[in-house]
Write a protein that binds this ligand. Structure first.
Ligand code: GLV
Ligand code: GLV
Length: 327
């Protein structure tokens, strides 16, 4: 008989159709995030689940859903999934790395540019009807070309952003990461490794792309923000919680940095009210990977993984391949 799976999020109808060729599919029809109790209820008897970046898959949920064999996410970040708890119960976990790298890097760069050049602040000014004359310093911001790009988190996306800065805009690239790039990788983009405090102090434009974990919670907080240049910008396309949003709002108000661009927030979709009050921050609703082509590729990869995981194939991007080895 065919395995039963839950698609816990609305996704492209043809992705669901493809899954129906292999599985008895229950598709959650609401566009909002599924509630925890609803998720547990609908997972009863299901062998697999298709998720994205927000469904909390933890030990309590796993113990309440003993039929579950595979959790396949269309996101690259997987801080919503307790991978160790899954591994301990023989549940395979897959994410969607690679397919969104360039699209997310495009957005990170765009958000950084919008932040430095005050694009959304300028548009609000114009729409409010306040544009009465040209002025020498009207909405004057910070240059991108030739400036120093600081990349916090030098994984695939960080490297793709660094390449854009170095090759496209003549930026000097500095970075901080737990592990250093190889000398050849550093040489290819002229990137220099620094400690986190050095990075904070030297970056003209800091772009954050480090995954969220207990180790990166509030990695950028009051102390780090105090090190930034008053002309610097900070852009976060990683995860809420890597930056202390309350401390950031205070630092912006105090003029400790020039501006911030944020695609992710602590406790999103709520946004810290203090951030909504400062004009020099560009706010977007967690859309860094949202080109249609890339969202499609992410959904397809998650579907491919789910099909492989439950039909005896080789999942493409397993996070705990040891589960496959011991199955
Ligand atoms: C989105 O935030 C992702 O992790 O893919
Ligand atoms: C606020 O809306 C501003 O841009 O000043």
């Amino acid at each position: 008989h065919r395995p039963a799976v839950l698609v816990a999020r609305q996704v492209f109808p043809d992705t669901v159709d493809r899954l129906r060729q292999h599985f008895d599919v229950e598709a959650y029809a609401d566009s909002a995030l599924i509630g925890r109790e609803e998720l547990v209820r609908r997972l009863q008897g299901k062998a697999g689940v298709f998720v994205a970046a927000s469904e909390p898959i933890d030990a309590v949920l796993l113990d309440a859903c003993p039929s579950l064999k595979a959790v396949c996410s269309m996101a690259v970040g997987y801080n919503n999934i307790d991978v160790a708890a899954c591994t301990a119960r023989g549940v395979l976990v897959t994410n969607a790395p690679g397919v969104l790298t360039e699209t997310t890097a495009d957005f990170g760069f765009a958000l950084m540019m919008a932040t430095a050049r005050r694009i959304t602040e300028s548009e609000r000014f114009l729409r409010r009807g306040e544009w009465t004359h040209w002025s020498y310093d009207l909405m004057a911001g910070q240059d991108i070309h030739g400036a120093t790009l600081g990349v916090l988190g030098m994984g695939r996306i960080g490297q793709a952003i660094a390449r854009r800065g170095a090759l496209g805009f003549g930026m000097k690239v500095i970075y901080h990461n737990r592990s250093r790039l190889s000398e050849a990788e550093e040489a290819a983009i002229g990137a220099r490794w620094l400690t986190l405090p050095e990075l904070m102090a030297q970056a003209d434009h800091l772009v954050i792309v480090v995954p969220y974990s207990a180790a990166t919670h509030h990695l950028v907080g009051r102390e780090q923000l105090a090190l930034m240049k008053p002309t610097a910008t900070l852009t976060n396309v990683a995860r809420g919680g890597v930056v202390d949003d309350a401390a950031l709002a205070e630092a912006l108000k105090a003029g400790q940095l020039a501006a911030a661009g944020l695609d992710v927030f602590e406790g999103e979709p709520r946004v810290h009210p203090a951030l909504l009050e400062v004009p020099n921050v560009v706010l977007t609703p967690h859309i860094a990977s949202a080109s249609l082509a890339t969202r499609r590729a992410m959904a397809e990869l998650a579907a491919d993984n789910l099909i492989a995981a439950l039909t005896g194939g080789q999942p493409l991007t397993p996070l705990n391949p040891e589960v496959l080895a011991s199955a």
